[in-house]
Design a protein around this ligand. Structure first.
Ligand code: ZN
Length: 79
């Protein structure tokens, strides 16, 4: 049964200590740990998107940054 409160699906930013609602999805892959088609995701609010994407970017892990809306639309239409 679904909860009557559909805001229960709100997702929170992955940044340490941040409780803001996430609006961005950062898709990343660590080639030492993951197969190339694997995607790990971090969620980010508007404020932490840049910080988190830089963290992944300098390590060469960052693959994609999309809005949460687009990410969900993609996964929904994905085979
Ligand atoms: Zn945040």
């Amino acid at each position: 049964m679904n909860s009557p409160n559909d805001s229960a699906s709100t997702v929170i930013c992955s940044a340490k200590g941040c409780r803001a609602a996430a609006v961005w999805v950062l898709a990343w892959n660590n080639p030492k740990l993951h197969t190339p088609d694997r995607r790990k995701t971090w969620l980010a609010c508007e404020e932490h998107r840049e910080h988190l994407s830089q963290f992944l970017g300098v390590r060469g892990f960052l693959k994609d940054v999309v809005t949460l809306e687009e990410w969900e639309a993609r996964s929904a239409s994905d085979g």
